[in-house]
Ligand binder design. Sequence first.
Ligand code: BGC
Length: 709
Amino acid sequence: MTLEEKIGQMNQISSYGNLEEMSRLIKKGEVGSILNEIDPVRVNALQRLAIEESRLGIPLLIARDVIHGFKTIFPIPLGQAASFNPQIAEDGARVAAIEATSVGVRWTFAPMIDISRDARWGRIAESCGEDTYLTSVMGAAMIKGFQGDSLNDPTSMLACAKHFVGYGAAEGGRDYNSTHITERELRNVYLPPFEAATKQGAATFMTSFNDNDGIPSSGNPFILKTVLRNEWGFKGFVVSDWASIKEMVNHGFCADDKDAAMKAVNAGVDMEMVSYTYMNNLKDLIKEGKVSEKAIDDAVRNILRIKFRMGLFDKPYINEKATSVMYTPENLAKAKEAAVQSAILLKNDKNTLPINASVRTIAVVGPMADAPYEQMGTWTFDGEKTKTQTPLQALKQFYGDKVKIIYEPALAFTRDKNTANIAKAVNAAANADLVLAFVGEEAILSGEAHSLADLHLKGAQTTLIEALAKAGKPLVTIVMAGRPLTIEKETQLSNSVLYSFHPGTMGGPAIADLLFGKSVPSGKTPVTFPKEVGQIPIYYNHNNTGRPASRHETLLDSIPVEAGQTSLGCTSFYLDAGFDPLFPFGYGLSYTTFQYSNLKISSKEFVPKDEITVTFDLKNTGNSEGTEVAQLYVRDKVGSVVRPVKELKRFTRVTLKPGETKNVSFKLPVEELAFWNIDMNRVVEPGEFTLWVGTNSQEGISVDFKVKD
Ligand code: BGC
């Protein structure tokens, strides 16, 4: 390969409307990958240019952000994470891969496995939430689904573990902002999902936009070389994020494009997304001795190795005439099941849900009841709203023979401030036996660059809920959103609250079945729900502080006038919001109830090479069949550095008939209690531990054990 041809492989361009300019570059061997080309005829035409008209005939890699579905849209990743079911994530990714590869897309920029502890950050929607273990498991499942059994299969799509690394910790939740994560925090919290991705065989990694501790990821050899290549042995290739190499000039980390190209390639970024600093500068940098030819060879080898493993050289073209694989009944069924398992029942006073037979008339209100585009959520370039089934449509279609439905949206969209039609919705409520209020966020309010400083419902949605509550009929609020919203007031005003992170194409039928009890809610919060935005960052696996809240603190309205300075107790909480969140991590109700008992562990003392067996009885103590996500948490009581109050280590979904008891068992290698300690070594430190099993991160039954050297 000539130097130009090598640099060409490291160049990813975005598809232009104009084929001519693209053709010229491809024929010269100056393009390794194209993103955002999804027309199968054009994909084949471009591929033919690369194969037949460039000197070396190296096939192109066609990429697209296929994040939670290509045509059949699954719940946003945060919703999928709420299922606590890796099979849901794997199925969603497989369906996405089957659909997208049929038009020639063989590389997706997913999964996003950024730990997200800040709901202001719009990209929390694309994440698996706040927990390292849950994110590791769900991310690996997505990679398995995208890549299939072998990269060589024509329905396999390369996964891309992103954004490497720390992007979710953006200061203030403002997208692209700097992060200040220490190496220990990076290793204990942010890196493990990426290590799991490497173990799962993720073919590619993407660098993140943020600078951490002043170093932009696209110029950070510590994460790309020391950790990714040397410690983890990653054999795939690394792509920059969109123009993130060039943007190192904006950061103030590089003097100009040439400096940026030098720092990125020397740090270990193999392919540049769209900003041409490699194309324009690498040759000179090599001549000047600032970049070695070996660095280029390594990058090109990493890229070509993947192209070979994909079988692209043998089978570069797709069958333009193949029968469509989009929106097949199987794909839609999987998307519906994902939406069912993703929904979280946050409140259900007096069993308002499921809707019982005495309910004859239902008022369906709110801007999200029939918003086919909005319920698909962020990152749905290719999903079509005409194929989306909304709750209103599904209620009419599947339950219209059982109940009369009065539809009064009241607000045209979620930011609508016009209260003129609220009276009509209240009137509908007055004439109904039960009210279903569909509120939330439009798709555009979450996702990339869509951060918020205020997480209350937008527009006049709260006014609508207040007015409906006054109507005196049972009020069920269904929230469809891209993030946890601060809905304390709306929760108080509602009899039941069902939370569905943007549920995708089949959200309507899924929600309708849940409301009528054909399906039973089983989702759990993959992220802590704050009461107020000022509590953020709020996450369950925090450190304890020296003055933990007692949870009996005096709050604002109870503080006497002229109270003495130290009279309130001096613990760690907010005078106006207390300590606890609105809903803790791992929380979610069912239409039935579960009881945990008889917790046993295989020994009271272990050594690091042991495996702990944990068993307990889980009983369905209610009247309907239901599925519980049983969770196992551990606390390492004393460490050479402070350890979190709890850490999720295992979870499983258990389905039980009324009255049924199952003995559930978890196996936990002691090795998984390791953490990066005071000497920055990953070790299990001997000492005392507490282990809980329970229904969420705040409740459970516990047992203590010891680890010895
Ligand atoms: C996003 C990435 C995405 C890329 C390509 C960027 O702006 O941060 O997540 O994969 O664009 O579309």
